[in-house]
Write a protein that binds this ligand. Sequence first.
Ligand SMILES: NC(=O)c1ccc[n+]([C@@H]2O[C@H](COP(=O)([O-])OP(=O)(O)OC[C@H]3O[C@@H](n4cnc5c(N)ncnc54)[C@H](OP(=O)(O)O)[C@@H]3O)[C@@H](O)[C@H]2O)c1
Length: 368
Amino acid sequence: MALHLSSACFCTFSRNKIRTVKAVASGQESTVLKTDEEKLKLGGSELKVSRLGIGAWSWGDTSYWNNFDWDDRKMKAAKAAFNASVDCGITLVDTAEVYGSRLALGAESSETLLGRFIKEKKDKNPDIEVNVATKYAALPWRLGRQSVISALKDSLCRLGLSSVDLYQLHWPGVWGNEGYIDGLADAVEQGLVKAVGVCNYSEKRLRDAYNQLQKRGIPLASNQVNYSLIYRLPEENGVKTACEELGITIIAYSPIAQGALTGKYTPDNPPSGPRGRIYTPEFLTKLQPLINRIEEIGQNYNRTPTQVVLNWLIAQENVVPIPGARNAEQATEFAGALGWRLSAEEIDELRSMASEIKPVIGFPVEKF
Ligand SMILES: NC(=O)c1ccc[n+]([C@@H]2O[C@H](COP(=O)([O-])OP(=O)(O)OC[C@H]3O[C@@H](n4cnc5c(N)ncnc54)[C@H](OP(=O)(O)O)[C@@H]3O)[C@@H](O)[C@H]2O)c1
């Protein structure tokens, strides 16, 4: 069914229907699937989530995003991103207790903001469904399973919820990991979470965590890792293969390389702030041939580069990308990554071209 809209409202909700809508963000048509069938079961858990999520790291943050400054205008844009995402059927939202940490000057908690956005949306439409994923910060002075439950309860308080869908360890601890895994299992048994996962886990840590949870009859649902066309460490370090073997879903963070894969940053127009030190003009120069090819492929499908690189991840079947959106336009563009598929040849060609580019440095914790 094709529905052409010229107004700013281009995502319409319709259960069990496919709608093709004109995305203002890109001038392209975006197909958004709204059916339950379009959802993916997260690992061995019973939790079903949209094939694509949205990341809320930048909401309220002043330590990496927002040019170290958070204000009401940015808050309204983040709220519009949330609303647009949910309206498009992208209902998995990823946050963390450390996003928008009060330790950073002028920051506002991402969890608090998300809780408010959910409440305001639900006040208008009680039927909307949002799957919240949040994370436990394995700080060295936090020890024991009880620390997980106590941090989770603080997160629930900020979110204004009695439970969350997915609770994840944000990174492996320097020590105390067995206690953290027990804490995750306790959280499931206490009905505080539906599913549990880890982030930035190596293959060995992943297998250990899986086995420990299995002894308590609880599946390890997901491993959230840095994964994009130009950052394919999970394909190289055994994590992706282990996830496939054990039935663990990969949640791909930084899936559009923090904007570098969208094509909007060029050697003459690099990103500002901390990202500018990672995605330098030299790096962006080397990236350009790949961006050009992504654009060409996208034109054949009437899709933007952002939609192509997200589709590249979605095509890996066991991967749920969670791109971060700062406004409604960005969130809506993500939805156009769904409802179509790159060919196997295009997937291989893009991987092969991307392998010519030396990846940027990732989050060192994934090598712990
Ligand atoms: N578990 C972990 O350790 C970990 C680590 C990192 C991230 N994460 C999670 O993963 C999520 C996503 O990762 P990320 O935020 O690092 O990177 P990302 O999703 O690759 O990039 C997000 C950034 O790209 C730009 N962008 C978004 N949509 C765009 C569009 N349609 N066109 C052009 N530019 C666009 C925006 O920044 P500008 O508009 O400023 O360019 C946005 O903030 C985070 O929000 C967080 O939830 C988890």
